[in-house]
Write a protein that binds this ligand. Structure first.
Ligand SMILES: [Zn+2]
Length: 99
């Protein structure tokens, strides 16, 4: 049973949002988690493409959220970057959970 929701972006911007304030205002809708994730590589700061629009690196958004929180500056999806569990593991991007 899902006890949380995820935020999937609804914006259809042709250019990335550049101010943090505007990033937080991008439209999204709450949905059940679809379980999407991507492996992002093993570098300490991997390039991370959005799960939904795949347009660009997602943006650091920890100022109003928990460490690891990211928001896509094109579509507004809220995502979470997990550090590797094992020493030689990969970073994983999945959906941020809202309880
Ligand atoms: Zn996106």
């Amino acid at each position: 049973m899902n006890t949380y929701s995820v935020r999937i972006g609804k914006s259809r911007n042709n250019k990335p949002i550049t101010s943090y304030d505007s990033l937080l205002r991008l439209e999204y809708e709450y949905r059940k988690d679809d379980g999407k994730f991507v492996l992002c590589g093993k570098e300490s700061w991997p390039e991370v493409k959005c799960l939904d629009c795949k347009k660009t690196d997602v943006v650091w958004a920890e100022a109003c959220f928990v460490p690891g929180h990211r928001i896509c500056p094109y579509c507004g999806s809220h995502l979470f970057l997990n550090s590797p569990v094992e020493e030689d593991g990969e970073w994983v991007l999945n959906r941020a959970r809202f309880y």
